[in-house]
Design a protein around this ligand. Structure first.
Ligand code: MN
Length: 507
């Protein structure tokens, strides 16, 4: 069965606290969603601002494959704005739970029902496709909910949506009211699940199993409070898990990771490392037992191949590492330690791990170089000292101390800002040794206050055109930039060494 994906990243997703998008950003995101293959895009809520209206107009002018929808209250004014924005499809909603009726809308059940019917009739008279949502459906009296759905269906609604507005439903309850809604209306039903209890995706799947044809989802599960059902989790679960029916979607799953990263950057909401499908760790392995298993056959510790969602598997060395993983990583760099050497390297890696340190592959190679008495890896650059001064009226100025091949190098330089000054100072030293220069520098702040995390991505290039990328995450923009730069320099130098070693072996 084909499941319809209604993406609400640009509407409910934008309602994530602290998130606001410009019209161009919304347009660019809509393009990405369309390329991903979503069936419908909820573009926004036209009534909220001029910028929102402008964004929706930009989107409706483009020729997208996805159906384009907009949100409206059950008011004529809201519905008129949907038409003005160029949309042909409205998602109109009114709350139906007693809590919302009594404390928010201050109207009776009958008044709410009348407003719902009027809005649907009006939207139909204006030529719109109408999806009707009974807000807070899962806390609404079950008989009243059915009555509302039945009446709006009679009034001409094309689709019914069941919003679990505060994530209050259990999978079993969503299934029951989905079946009710289908039986009463005979219309296509959607489920709109929130993640307040971590059940959004489970509830959405339960709705689909009960006969719903569509789920409202967002990329990375962003949305109000704990967010919405996440598109990538929902789509992959439907496609890969065992159900009594086969479910499919129009999503090009190979674009999931790229789209997730793009949205995360645009909205400034970082994806947690351990998030399913798109989190940094979702296809990473450190433990020796797991790494050994994955190297023999990835199916041992991965339910799906990372390439299915546009990713690659990675192995990390650390205190849980094992000999197989370490030698596999070193083999990738053209290094073949003996059994004895591998165990010595492993011991050193575990010592670092026990001190609470992360071991990057650059450090692993440096350790291997030590153990194997291979001096080619001695060119690793270590940052041993660093300070920077900045302010208004004085020139940003940096002092950097590096250790390369056991020798110490010191440099100072200035720049337009502290980051520029620091990177200039580093390049003063490494420029002579490795002729490395910065090709690209990108700074992303991960939303929050002045203590927010930042992410620095650097691409460096050497004289022979080799390029290496490095990334660093930290609290201090300057220190994080310096660390990323050092990592990039080391990577590019290692690439060179590995190339040399390989060609020496061949000759
Ligand atoms: Mn919602």
């Amino acid at each position: 069965m084909k499941v319809r994906i209604f993406d609400t990243t640009l509407r409910d997703g934008e309602q994530t606290p602290g998130v606001a998008l410009s019209p161009t950003q919304k347009f660019d995101i809509a393009k990405k969603l369309d390329a991903l293959g979503v069936d419908a895009i909820e573009t926004g809520f036209p009534v909220i601002s001029d910028g929102e209206m402008q964004a929706i107009k930009m989107i409706t002018k483009e020729n997208f494959n996805a159906e384009l929808c907009g949100l409206a209250r059950t008011d004529k004014k809201d519905i008129d704005l949907i038409v003005d924005s160029g949309l042909k499809y409205v998602h109109t909603f009114i709350a139906t739970s007693d809590i919302h009726l009594q404390y928010k809308l201050k109207i009776t059940r009958d008044e709410a029902l009348a407003k719902a019917i009027d809005a649907v009739e009006y939207a139909k008279s204006r030529g719109l496709q109408v999806e009707f949502s009974a807000e807070d459906a899962t806390r609404t009296d079950r008989d009243f909910l059915n009555k509302v759905f039945g009446q709006v269906a009679k009034a001409g609604a094309d689709r019914i949506d069941i919003p679990d507005t505060v994530g209050y439903a259990t999978p079993a309850y969503i299934a029951q009211i989905t079946k009710d809604a289908i039986a009463t209306t005979k219309l296509p039903v959607s489920v709109h699940c929130h993640n307040d209890f971590g059940l959004a995706v489970a509830n959405a799947i339960s709705g689909i199993q009960a006969g719903a044809q569509c789920a409202h989802v967002t990329i990375n599960g962003i949305g109000e409070r704990a967010g919405n059902a996440s598109l990538e989790e929902f789509v992959m679960a439907l496609q890969c898990l065992q159900f009594d029916k086969k479910y499919e979607t129009n999503i090009n799953t190979k674009l999931l990771y790229e789209t997730s990263k793009y949205i995360s950057n645009q909205v400034g909401v970082h994806v947690q490392r351990n998030k399913a499908i798109v989190g940094e760790n979702a296809f990473g392995h450190e433990s020796g037992i797991h790494t050994h298993g994955v190297l023999s056959n990835p199916l041992t510790y991965e339910p799906i191949g990372p390439e299915l969602v546009g990713r690659t598997r990675w192995l990390q060395v650390g205190k849980h590492a094992g000999a197989h993983g370490i030698s596999a990583m070193l083999n990738d760099y053209g290094i073949d330690p003996t059994r004895e050497q591998t165990h010595k390297i492993l011991e050193k890696v575990k010592n670092l791990g026990d001190q609470g340190k992360q071991v990057t592959d650059v450090e692993l190679l440096s350790i291997a170089g030590d153990v194997m008495k291979d001096t080619t890896f001695k060119r690793i650059v270590h940052l041993t000292g660093f300070s920077v001064s900045t302010g208004i009226g004085n020139m940003p100025y940096a002092f950097v101390k590096l250790e390369i091949e056991g020798k110490e190098f010191v440099a100072t330089d200035h720049g337009v800002g502290p980051v520029d000054a620091s990177l200039n100072a580093i390049q003063k030293i490494t420029g002579e040794i490795a002729e490395v220069r910065i090709k690209e520098y990108k700074l992303d702040s991960i939303a929050g206050g002045s203590n927010a995390l930042c992410e620095v991505t650097i691409k460096v290039e050497d004289a022979s055109g080799n390029v290496a990328a490095a990334k660093s995450i930290g609290e201090d923009i300057v220190t994080t930039s310096v660390q990323a730069m050092i990592e990039g320099i080391n990577r590019i130098m290692l690439k060179k060494i590995v190339k040399q070693k390989k060609s020496e072996r061949q000759s």
